[in-house]
Design a protein around this ligand. Structure first.
Ligand code: ADP
Length: 409
């Protein structure tokens, strides 16, 4: 059965179509981008690796999804078996406390998702729109929601509560939720599988370092703490997000520097992080500038790395030690320099890096006698979405294989 994994953002829809019968084969992937802008386009890539880039008017998400589905049907007619969609999995950023796992979508779930918009006003609406359009355009095809927050619902209150008046949590849901959950869960499982050990037996720290960055501590196979919080702004220094700052800073900006709440929001989310520190948000450019001796670029790297080190240290403390540290996403997968710099202080844990393996991007890049495994595991959030979708829908090929769930928390 073919499953379409969708990641709907405010101005783009990323998609991957998998054949989930047997080998989990990726059939087509691509993006409908710059939705609503003049230079919108649809880019897709099939099994042969050939890219098809078509500039086309994509006035809104409906037009973009129609273009994606039409393209899949035309590839199907061309013999690529890409049109028969048996289920659609949607990435939904915020599942609140209601959803501790992926869920088959029905009207009740849609109502719950709409209620959650309050908690994620920027991130959830495009996903909800994507689901509504799929239900309309692909009648009879089941839809599944896969949440970025879900795996972090296992955090204990001592990790997810802030030191704020308790009514703010009880009445307004203000607490740490955590994000990037599908990525952390996927790489944690992959790392354990690679080591041939049950995840439940490993104390593991996973570092997702992309444009957005977050870090998670796993104990007995469950997320017990993570760096992103009520929103994806908390924690590590990111491409354009500040991560942790003294909560008095935004107050100072509004009261003393007369910035409006929207300006502060924009500053913390779009103008801070690596970009704020050195003017660049792309780690490749920053590393190149640092090599050329530009001090601001080196300072940005130092701040970025130091924050990750502090979180690894904190999570090692609460886990009572660490067996595995995993790096993933754009920076984590592709920068041996950042991996090495981040791990530099952890010799005291008995961690020893094999620099040749690190440079080669090997999965395990610690030395054979290291007390802690250092690992590089590419993430694959779309595959997790497709797997969860396949697990939750009644499977056409084998009617006994689909597990109907709809289990909210
Ligand atoms: P997103 O969070 O948007 O999915 P990615 O996971 O693709 O982002 O990560 C993007 C980041 O990865 C960018 O900062 C980019 O510079 C960085 N990156 C990609 N390749 C490399 C590389 N070879 N060296 C250093 N950084 C890299």
């Amino acid at each position: 059965m073919n499953v379409l994994a969708l990641n709907s953002g405010s101005s783009s829809i990323k998609f991957q179509l998998f054949d989930m019968g047997g080998g989990e084969r990726l059939l087509v992937k691509g993006i409908a981008d710059k939705i609503g802008l003049e230079d919108s386009f649809l880019r897709s890539e099939g099994l042969d690796g050939r890219q098809d880039l078509r500039p086309m008017a994509l006035a809104d998400h409906r037009a973009a999804l129609k273009a994606i589905i039409d393209m899949l049907h035309s590839r199907d007619r061309a013999g690529e078996a890409a049109g028969r969609i048996g289920g659609v999995g949607h990435r939904v950023v915020h599942g609140g406390e209601r959803f501790g796992e992926s869920v088959l979508i029905d009207n009740g779930v849609m109502d719950a998702l709409r209620q959650l918009v309050e908690l994620a006003p920027l991130h959830n609406p495009p996903s909800i729109l994507g689901i509504e359009i799929c239900r309309e355009m692909l009648p009879g095809v089941p839809n599944v929601a896969v949440f970025d927050t879900a795996i972090h619902q296992t955090m204990p209150p001592k990790a997810y509560l802030y030191g704020l008046p308790l009514y703010l949590y009880r009445k307004h849901g203000i607490r740490k939720y955590g994000f990037h959950g599908t990525s952390h869960a996927y790489v944690a499982k992959e790392a354990a599988r690679h080591l041939g050990r049950p995840l439940e037996e490993l104390k593991m720290i996973t570092c997702h370092l992309g444009n957005g960055c977050s870090i998670t501590a796993f104990e007995r196979g469950r997320s017990i703490d993570t760096s992103m919080g009520f929103t994806p702004l908390e924690g590590l220094v990111m491409g354009t997000r500040s991560g942790d700052v003294d909560p008095a800073v935004p107050l100072y900006l509004t009261k003393d520097l007369a910035m409006s709440p929207d300006e502060v929001d924009d500053l913390l989310n779009q103008e801070s992080g690596l970009k704020g520190l050195c003017g660049e948000r792309d780690m490749r450019d920053i590393e190149a500038q640092a090599r050329q001796g530009r001090a601001a670029a080196q300072t940005a790297i130092d701040v970025f790395v130091y924050r990750i080190q502090k979180y690894i240290g904190a999570y090692t403390a609460v886990l009572g030690g660490v067996d595995v540290i995993v790096f993933t996403a754009g920076i984590g997968e592709n920068s041996p320099y950042i991996r090495r710099e981040v791990l530099r202080p952890f010799g005291y844990l008995g961690l020893r890096i094999d620099e040749r393996r690190n440079q080669e991007g090997q999965t395990v890049f610690s030395c054979a006698d290291s007390a802690v495994f250092a690992m590089r595991v590419p993430t694959n959030e779309e595959l997790v979405i497709a797997r969860d979708t396949c697990n939750l829908i009644p499977c056409k090929e084998d009617p006994t294989a689909g597990r109907r769930a709809g289990r909210g928390k």
